[in-house]
Design a protein around this ligand. Structure first.
Ligand code: NAP
Ligand code: MG
Length: 483
């Protein structure tokens, strides 16, 4: 199937409703990481292109086609986008898999399904965000409006390309903004197709631009005074640089950054379920997930029993072609990620942790990496503190609830946390005390677009998903009238 799919033309930029060549001719070769083979040439947008997109966005915002469009009609347009994504799901999943190295089935039932769902869901919010009338003294009428922020710059990573694009574009458009999207350099394909789909449903010109390119393209967006809001998902290091960059023009900024999430197995857990949840919690998407349950903390009384079952489950995971039905893990996204993961495996051994499983390439062709388990990890080890963003888990034991809580919270991140227990009181106690934006009990990575998602501490700022994810792209205006 992967051979029958036509790749989109990525040599042009979608600006102001037209497919334009970059102002300064430049391109790079995008790679299929599972085969280590070039896929296509991709345009690199520069400062002039960012400026063109910003001007087109402002013109679009002022046009009667967008400014005059009733909110419900914006919603209908977004719903249609969701429908087209569903109709083209197999093609989009194939492109996503070719671009990222992830399993085709995971792309189809995860990424693409969720991207369609995001457009449908936020289509529904377009006419449901309201203001308030406030109880001020009676000779005044005082009310609020939630208005679009204006031009939203969306900068996204490569781990869930279409889904990330959808979770930013859909709510921003639902609230009446214009969006300039910068996909990750590794994964431009579905962003370009998405632009075609939004063109097809009749999105007014300028309301979406898609600028492929490198970090410098994102940098130019952050610096441009005509962009009002930056919404970013990616590494904490780049997130910090973006926040600093936004200070110059005081842009609104929301950041979904990294994590080092604990997954805690208590002595009263259903071990079979916990093994399943811990396994997918770390190895889904080759561990390239901001919520990856990369620290597994097991009560000492069940440690041997749990680890025997866990290691047996991990041994079953075959890495292989993303399109092969027997593969349980695909390829890492790039050589850079492969080298990063390899270097952390080396570091873990140097630090004194035990490499219990994996730690080696998972095939000769692409950037495959075997599911890797470290035991005897100490909380201060760098493999227990830093985000690896690959199929590597750091496991250790604990004795008491107080101890595990302290260890769980003692990292700079705070994106998610999981626990496995049948003690209801403990589950609530722990859930309240964990410093994380999302806490899962007897499940892991259960993420819904209806729910707010985001980080404590250095995992980010702001919440995507749900009503919060729509309000993120609004300003509150207060209007007071003397009557
Ligand atoms: P990244 O460097 O943070 O890239 C994310 C996005 O930001 C990409 O579109 C990137 O463009 C762009 N960018 C890079 N530098 C920029 C700058 N100075 N100003 C504005 N935009 C900029 O992430 P990465 O290099 O793809 O991955 C590195 C690490 O980030 C991973 O190993 C992982 O730890 C973390 N990460 C986290 C998430 C998450 O979901 N939280 C996702 C992916 C990665 P280019 O693609 O051209 O660099
Ligand atoms: Mg690629």
């Amino acid at each position: 199937m992967e051979n029958d799919i036509a790749l989109p033309d990525c040599t042009r930029l979608f600006i102001g409703g037209h497919w334009e060549e970059p102002a300064v001719a430049a391109s790079y070769t995008n790679e299929n990481p599972a085969l280590r083979k070039g896929l296509c040439e991709v345009a690199i947008a520069g400062e002039k292109d960012v400026d063109r997109a910003v001007k087109a966005a402002h013109a679009g915002l002022a046009s009667k086609e967008w400014a005059g469009l009733p909110a419900a009609d914006r919603g209908r347009l977004l719903w249609k986008v969701g429908q087209i994504i569903r109709e083209r799901a197999k093609e989009l999943a194939t492109l996503e898999s070719l671009d990222t190295g992830k399993l085709y089935v995971e792309a189809l039932y995860g990424d693409i399904e969720n991207a369609a769902g995001a457009f449908e869901y936020y289509g529904g919010w377009s006419n449901k965000i309201t203001g308030q009338v406030l109880p001020v003294p009676p000779r005044f009428l005082d009310y609020t409006r939630r208005e679009a922020v204006g031009v939203v710059g969306a900068i996204i990573p490569w781990n869930f390309p279409l889904m990330m694009a959808a979770m930013k574009i859909a709510p921003a458009l639902a609230m009446g903004n214009a969006v300039i999207l910068k996909p990750a350099e590794q994964t431009p394909l579905t962003a370009v197709v998405l632009a075609r789909i939004l063109e097809e449903v009749g999105l007014p010109k300028g309301i979406l631009s898609v600028l492929t390119g490198f970090g410098d393209t994102g940098k130019a967006m952050v610096a441009h005074p005509g962009i009002d809001n930056i919404t970013f998902t990616g590494s904490t290091a780049v997130g910090k640089a973006i926040m600093r960059g936004c200070a110059d023009t005081l842009k609104r900024v929301s950041l979904e950054l990294g994590g080092k999430s604990p997954n805690i197995v208590f002595e009263d857990a259903d071990i079979k379920r916990a093994v399943r949840g811990v396994t997918t919690g770390i190895y889904y998407n080759q561990g390239q997930m901001c919520t990856a349950g990369s620290r597994v903390l097991v009560h000492e009384s069940i440690h041997n029993q749990f680890m025997d079952a866990f290691l047996a489950a991990v041994k079953e995971i075959e890495t292989g072609s993303p399109f092969d039905k027997t593969s349980r893990m695909g390829s890492l996204v790039s050589k850079e990620q492969f080298d990063r993961v390899s270097s952390y495996v080396e570091l873990g051994q140097k630090e004194g942790a035990t490499l219990a499983l994996g730690g080696t390439p998972g095939g000769s062709e692409g950037y495959f990496f075997r599911p890797t388990v470290f035991t005897d990890v100490q909380p201060h080890h760098r493999i227990a503190q830093e985000e690896i963003f690959g199929p590597v888990v750091a496991t250790s034991t604990f004795k008491t609830e107080e101890e595990v809580l302290a260890v769980a919270n003692n990292v700079s991140y705070g994106l998610a946390a999981g626990m496995w227990t049948n003690d209801l009181a403990r589950a609530h106690r722990m859930a309240h005390a964990l410093k994380a934006g999302t806490v899962w009990v007897n499940t892991y990575n259960a993420m819904w677009r209806e729910s707010p998602f985001g980080g404590y501490k250095q995992s980010g700022h702001g919440r995507e998903g749900g009503q919060d994810g729509a309000e993120l792209y609004t300003e509150v205006k207060n209007i007071c009238i003397s009557i």
